[in-house]
Design a protein around this ligand. Structure first.
Ligand code: FUC
Length: 768
């Protein structure tokens, strides 16, 4: 294989390179002569004029929910980093020993040598969010070369196609390398490696090379080809992991299924593979479209990395749209039913020692990953989270009920329920500290899934039993203060300050759990007695107070430091993603929350995800410009450094973390539509930066899909479609109407909430 000439392709490269250096790859690499601006694409494309400068920061991610690829786009040395979401080291249930938790692993990579392709003209690399396909295109030696990549869920493989506009243009080689010193074997143009991790997990990867014309032969560990017209690559992989506690998370040998997937895909035409992939992807992606207005005229001519810098300095609504849809793209690519949920890096990982083990962090990160699932109309993408939780609960339960930290003065241990530590692996293991109310926080997604979809079966069989079990846990664990108030004892406010009784984060999460449980029980009409008990427990919960500088106190004692710039905003969880405090019902608490938020400042404390939390927080305060400012900071973060993560990944602080991408998507949705108060509120936090626009297909609680159009900052039209057939209260500013819809019925209203269709069902109400 050629030495990796292009900086993007050197693995040991330091991740932080400062701003002037950013221009080096373009300015100093004669290898790549930029494509003309004339090819400026639609706003739903990420595009670049050079290969990735760093794999995690710059390569373009594709995924089918389980298998992922990071495309570097090198000229003479293309590199595709491979991942399988279940390839993890670590022991099953290591009993809180962080060291034994293991970490998410890199699977391997495909390395393609194309001697003579460097230098090239007109280089362009892109990721088209409308079709979930990535591309590389360039011209060299009088030939125009094109590559297309996608990850097919229907075919369960990654696919790449290399073509040229002249025959016999390709000569080179293809290698497949595992990340754990495996030996790759080749037979019939199929490269295979397999292995077993020290925890016994078996895995395998198969790559079929299908050449068009020319001569193909194998050369040791590579497939080499001379004068081919082009080639197609089909990659399948898997592990022996299954999400099943009862089987100790060990399933069968992955080999037969991988062989079958690769064989079938290899016999299927490229056009059919692509068609099926795009149809599958679009069935989710096309549910929501967003238009936030025009960007300054010259922006479309700029590649995404350059445009990101400018967008952070001024308004660029198309970039905001791109950020929103990129979060949805990533969700579809890394969280599909049957697979594991999105981990700290989603699915994409170039290391066997990734930051924080690329695990499932339970004190913000995994929760944030799923914030947009319901509002941004990707409810099915939340299913991996529920499958994961249910597969881990038996182990979490055992560990919780044996935890010395939960031992009471009497020596008794908990006998009901489960809780979580901050880090979790995929085999029931947990590490680091207990995040006492992480159980409540994870289960919030269960309630939300029902609230948005109206799926009663899910509520009855999956959500309700866990919500009740967690209530029973807190029923046993809450401590009674001398004044009769109930508190979570010795809890943290992630991730700073003292461990104390009645910390606001914990109080708000138990309130949230109890409320979700009560709503669930009421919807199902069951367990009236226990509901009465939980109602009385909830009434006794200590409610966070307003402190000496007008802040929403983070702790029971008024010890908040007004200069505290910590990245977490844990005490504001009752504002977002919770619903304890709302503008209309508890305006004084929202005012106090805003004081706290403003004092947190704008540093984000080096975690980009913190801007992605502050965006929906300001949105819930109906401060659209405040929300926009946080979103702009997310975009701006670390623009002074090159590794400015041109692929738009969130970074925390020098490593990729995916939570912020999801949080920003959720934040934008929350600016445009809210439904946590019992009303559906239209355009609650529209910023001045988006004076005119439209959105189609956002979801609201109660099983509604909402389309909104606005002009000069004012709603002009709204269409509601009811999934299940129900009533709702629809609000725009001071205007409020009640609607009653049949299943699948739609209704359109103007900006005064006057019906444009089906007048019978609309009845005006006075604003509350
Ligand atoms: C939490 C955060 C960190 C980081 C880590 C993965 O500990 O406080 O910023 O996101 O998770």
């Amino acid at each position: 294989m050629n030495s990796h000439r292009f900086p993007a392709l050197r693995t040991g490269m330091p991740r932080i390179v400062c701003s002037l250096a950013y221009l080096l790859p373009i300015a100093l690499a004669p290898a790549v002569r930029a494509h003309s601006a004339a090819a400026a694409p639609s706003p739903s494309v990420l595009w670049y004029l050079q290969p990735a400068y760093d794999i995690m920061a710059g390569a373009l991610p594709i995924g089918n929910g389980r298998l992922g690829g990071l495309i570097a786009g090198g000229l003479s040395d293309e590199r595709i980093v491979l991942n399988d979401d279940s390839l993890w080291t670590g022991d099953t249930n290591p009993g809180g020993d962080y060291g034994k938790m293991g970490s998410y692993q890199k699977l391997g990579e495909i390395d393609i040598d194309l001697p003579g392709h460097d230098p090239a003209d007109g280089y362009r690399r892109d990721l088209d969010l409308a079709s979930a396909t990535a591309h590389v295109r360039y011209r060299t030696g009088g030939v125009t070369y094109q590559r297309e990549y996608f990850a097919s869920r229907p075919a369960r493989v990654l696919v790449a196609r290399f073509t040229a506009d002249k025959p016999a243009a390709y000569s080179g080689s293809i290698a497949l390398a595992g990340a754990h010193s495996e030996k790759t074997t080749i037979s019939g143009n199929r490269l295979v490696f397999s292995g077993k991790l020290s925890n016994g997990m078996a895995y395998e990867t198969q790559l079929q090379v299908i050449a068009d014309g020319g001569a193909v032969h194998t050369d040791g560990s590579k497939v080499t080809f001379d004068h081919c017209n082009g080639f197609i690559l089909i990659l399948g992989a898997g592990t022996s992991y299954i999400m099943d506690f009862a089987k100790n998370y060990v399933g069968g040998d992955p080999h037969p299924a991988i062989s079958q997937h690769v064989a079938i895909a290899s016999q299927t035409s490229y056009a059919r593979l692509r068609h099926d992939h795009v149809a599958d992807y679009r069935s989710l992606f096309d549910r929501v479209s967003l238009s936030l207005g025009d960007s300054p005229g010259d922006r479309r001519a700029l590649p995404t990395d350059a445009r990101k810098i400018l967008a952070a300095q001024g308004v660029d609504p198309e970039m905001d749209q791109l950020l929103f849809q990129y979060g949805r793209y990533l969700m579809i690519a890394c969280s599909r039913p049957g697979g594991l949920p999105a981990n700290l890096q989603g699915l994409w990982n170039d290391s066997n020692t990734p930051p924080w083990d690329s695990d499932y962090h339970t004190d913000i990160n995994i929760q944030m990953n799923y914030w947009p699932a319901e509002t941004a109309n990707l409810s099915e993408c939340a299913l991996p989270l529920f499958d994961f939780v249910e597969s881990q609960v038996p182990s979490w339960r055992t560990q919780t009920q044996a935890a010395p930290e939960y031992k009471r003065p009497s020596g008794a241990l908990p006998t009901r329920g489960f809780d979580l530590r901050a880090s979790t692996n995929i085999t029931g293991g947990m590490g680091w500290l207990w995040i006492k109310t992480a159980n409540a926080w994870l289960l919030q997604s269960y309630w939300e899934h029902y609230a948005f979809t109206g799926d009663r079966d899910f509520l009855r069989t999956r959500a309700y039993p866990l919500l009740k079990e967690a209530c029973e846990f807190w029923d046993d664990e809450l401590k009674t203060l001398p004044d009769g108030r109930l508190v979570v004892a010795g809890g943290w406010s992630p991730e700073h300050g003292p461990f104390a009784d009645g910390t606001s984060f914990n109080q708000e999460l138990v309130w949230d759990l109890f409320t979700n449980y009560l709503d669930a029980g009421k919807a199902l009409g069951i367990d009236a007695d226990y509901r009465a008990r939980v109602t009385s427990l909830r009434a006794k919960l200590l409610v966070p107070k307003i402190g000496r500088w007008g802040q929403l106190q983070e702790w029971r004692d008024d010890i908040d430091d007004p200069n505290d710039r910590h990245r977490h905003t844990s005490h504001l969880i009752g504002v977002y993603p919770g619903r304890q405090f709302t503008l209309r019902q508890t305006p004084e608490m929202i005012r106090a929350a805003k004081v706290s938020l403003q004092h947190r400042g704008n540093s984000g404390d080096a975690a980009e995800w913190s801007f992605a939390w502050r965006t929906p927080l300001y949105a819930r305060m109906h401060d659209g410009d405040g929300a926009y400012h946080q979103m702009a900071q997310f975009l701006a973060a670390r623009n002074s450094c090159v590794n400015l993560f041109g692929n738009l990944s969130d970074i925390t602080p020098a490593v990729v973390q995916i939570d912020g991408n999801f949080g920003i998507t959720a934040g934008i949705a929350e600016m445009l539509l809210q439904s946590h108060t019992g009303e559906i509120e239209l355009l609650p936090a529209l910023p001045a930066a988006w004076p005119s626009g439209s959105v189609r297909g956002l979801q609201a609680r109660g099983g509604f899909q909402i389309d909104e159009t606005w002009s000069r900052g004012i709603l002009t039209k709204v269409t509601l479609t009811s999934r299940t057939g129900t009533t709702c209260r629809l609000r725009y500013g001071a205007k409020l109407v009640s609607l009653s819809l049949h299943p699948a019925q739609s209704i359109t209203l103007d900006g005064h909430l006057k019906p444009l269709t089906d007048t019978k069902r609309v009845q005006s109400e006075r604003a509350g």
